[in-house]
Design a protein around this ligand. Sequence first.
Ligand SMILES: [Zn+2]
Length: 361
Amino acid sequence: MTAYELTGPILAAEDRTVGKAWVVGGRVTYERPRHTDVTRIGGWVIPGLVDMHCHLSVGPSGPVDGDLVLKHALTERDAGVLMVRDTGSASSLEVLDGRNDVPKVYRSGRFIARPKRYLKGYAVEVEPDELAAEAARQARASGSWVKIIADWIDRDLGDEADLTPLWSPTQLADAVAAAHAEGARVTAHTFATESLEPLLDADVDCIEHGTGMTDSHMARAAASGTPVVPTVLQIANFASFAALASERFPRFAERMRRMYEARHEHVTRMWEAGITLLTGTDAGSSIAHGDLAREAAEMARCIPAVDVVAGATWRARTFLGAPGLAEGEPADLVVLARDPREDIGVLAAPTVVMLDGVTII
Ligand SMILES: [Zn+2]
């Protein structure tokens, strides 16, 4: 296996920049190796990017499996995304089992929703009183995370249709407790304000989208250290959801349009409240895989680039319990021509992507 000298700078941790590092046997070391021929690589080194909200089993026309799941994973990898939290599968990720040439994936099992209350054909659909049992089942299957759809449009309300919670607060709390009892963590899709209090009361571990958060929800999430993945690229789609729904579901359309218009300011407010914001693309249907750099650039319109880079690397890895670039950790890293904290756009053009010490590009 090739050994490398990284001539740096190495952004080893959020508060630690190191001049040089080496990669020996697929791992990072800060001790100069003896008796080893090394290949030199220059540039700014960051830990492999983390897409905290990604759907590897979803493509532009819906659920996929097999080779297309693999293709999505390789697309992420080639963009420097070496760790993915798959926030809900629509089929199976088993094609990735045992492979060492794909990003490291934190799985969440299948999406959990109620019949007719999420995208058709994506979720395991259960009645509300079955939620806790299903959360436990998906926790055992993923061994890692569980993904619950907390709110969605209720079309049965006709003219009055709007986003409403899928579950009662007690059902939600029981489900989170059931997943926790299996050793898993729980994250939830939420656009609506009405879901936030029950989710925070239930000790949910992470919040996806969070477009309905009020100042008091933000203060609670900041205090409990519950991160939010704001998926800014996805929220940009709310304008088209609103346009499509405006005739039949005016109430829903109006709410989506308001959240669309406030989307950048909303992310800034979450940051000002002290919430840990992590980067996630929501890649799958309307957002292409491998687009984390674009999400990061969009987030950098709302919050300082230094926090965006942290949310795409060190903070995401710490939150997941994953390694970074400490001595002896796997050499999962990205090399950039410039400091991404000064120029977030450079994330889109890695000069080297290295997975377990093997150069991918
Ligand atoms: Zn999603």
